[in-house]
Design a protein around this ligand. Structure first.
Ligand SMILES: C[S@@+](CC[C@H](N)C(=O)[O-])C[C@H]1O[C@@H](n2cnc3c(N)ncnc32)[C@H](O)[C@@H]1O
Length: 425
């Protein structure tokens, strides 16, 4: 197929990654930044799994759900994929994605509740990239599928306090990076200020002083560096980066996992609390630093299990200090899922695995007597796979609550509740 062949196609739907899909006599064509009903001119680029990936060249006719993208960087920046679609369409599409994932595993799509959405501008974690190009430094996000950097002047998704870091970052690193050199900058907004972790940069003494001055000027709570050997070193600590879960303050390790948006976190937490019913003994698996374990401990005795030693330790310390009913175990749940009698002592199990899901733990739960399981997931496909394992073992999937935590992207968060046998939903 000639690489620069240009053709007109009509978009009929969105694919799973948020690209518009055209059904042509020669097969499917995937076009980013298009909407159902659009007639567009495209350049075919390359063969992909189920068809051909294409680049949008011209919009001849706009579909009914197309809107003006609100951000000046849309199309250029790899952060967002759906800004050209109305909020109503995005919500409906995300909800349908969850339903379709269930249908593909022969699970009942009717249990999916209306999606709860979060306003843009609430994201509290950013993974910026910065690179010296010419005399200056570009700082922002990568372009879509490209190492090139979009020098962000605005971002509607991030909390504005994170966007405000970009100008001082550029100024600071202009004097510190050699031409072509770059680094990764992870910034997390905590209750006590911004916690920043730098990666891919080896500062000398002068650079350390400059960075300490930057941290003070930008009002960071803490600035740390992940060195080449993987160790994390604090460059400047001006405050203790903390977040509060269920009224308990947790001191975060550098680079700690947090739910992306505080508003989404509250929705997920409420769904988890409702999902466990009146359980008195609860396991919180893939617990992070206590997003669910600490609020759960207000109504139940909690055993929290987490694979990352630093996160587990942060939770352990916070729970001890506050006198919460939380015991913490550091454990790899893929290699050593909770099994048998270990599981059967719980009235409910909450699990919130990464995108890969929790197949091994689901298999162990399938063999257990645990009456209720609440699964939080950022990946409907692996959620449905693991849900099938539970349902085949006699659990009923009673409800799924999607949460649009990742606005303007194709990603979806959800909470599913499973009840064993004929137990109360
Ligand atoms: C999606 S996060 C959820 C964390 C927490 N529930 C929260 O809401 O903040 C997934 C968590 O699973 C942990 N994790 C990843 N792989 C794991 C494994 N094999 N065993 C145990 N924990 C793991 C990660 O460190 C991370 O904290």
């Amino acid at each position: 197929m000639a690489r620069s062949f240009t053709q007109e196609v009509e978009i009929t739907r969105l694919g799973g990654h948020g690209d518009g899909v055209a059904e042509t006599p020669k097969g499917l064509v995937f076009v980013p930044y298009t909407a159902p009903g659009d007639r567009v001119g495209v350049r075919l680029l390359k063969q992909v799994d189920q068809g051909v990936a294409a680049e949008l060249l011209d919009l001849y006719q706009a579909g009914p759900d197309r809107v003006e993208p609100p951000c000046a960087h849309f199309h250029d920046c790899g952060g967002c994929a759906l800004q050209h679609l109305s909020g109503t369409f995005q919500a409906r599409w995300k909800q349908d994605q969850v339903r379709d994932a269930l249908r593909r595993r022969n699970l009942d799509p009717e249990v999916v509740r209306p999606i709860a959405t979060v306003a843009p501008g609430d994201r509290r974690r950013a993974e910026f990239v910065a690179r010296r190009v010419g005399a200056g430094v570009l700082a922002g996000f990568n372009r879509r599928l490209s190492p090139k950097i979009v020098d962000l002047e605005m971002c509607l998704v991030l909390d504005p306090r994170l966007v405000a870091l970009l100008p001082p970052l550029r100024d600071t690193f202009t004097g510190l990076l050699k031409p072509g050199a770059g680094l990764d900058v992870q910034a997390t907004l905590t209750d006590t200020g911004i916690d920043m972790l730098l990666r891919g940069f080896e500062p000398d003494l002068a650079a350390r002083e400059r960075l300490a001055a930057f941290a003070a000027e930008a009002g960071l709570a803490r600035l740390s560096l992940r060195r080449r050997d993987g160790e994390v070193e604090a460059l400047l600590v001006r405050g203790t980066p903390q977040v509060t879960f269920g009224g308990v303050a947790v001191t975060l390790p550098p680079g700690a996992f947090l739910q992306a948006s505080p508003a989404a976190e509250r929705l997920l937490r409420d769904a988890v609390l409702a999902g466990i019913g009146d359980a008195a003994r609860v396991a919180d698996l893939y617990a992070g630093c206590g997003t669910f374990a600490l609020p759960l401990s207000g109504k139940a005795a909690v055993t929290a299990v987490e694979g990352d030693a630093a996160l587990a330790e942060a939770l352990r310390k916070a729970a001890q200090l506050a006198g919460c009913r939380v015991t913490v175990e550091t454990r790899d749940l893929v290699r050593r899922p909770l099994q048998g009698a270990e599981l059967d002592r719980f009235d409910a199990v909450v699990l919130d695995p990464p995108r890969a899901g929790a197949r091994e733990q689901a298999v162990a739960l399938a063999a257990s007597k645990v009456p209720r399981v609440v699964m939080v997931s950022c990946m409907p496909g692996t959620f449905a796979r693991d849900a099938r394992i539970l349902v085949d073992a006699g659990y009923r999937l009673t409800e799924v609550r999607p949460v649009d935590q990742f606005v303007f992207t194709p990603h979806i968060e959800l909470v599913g509740v499973f009840v064993r046998g004929e137990g109360d939903a």
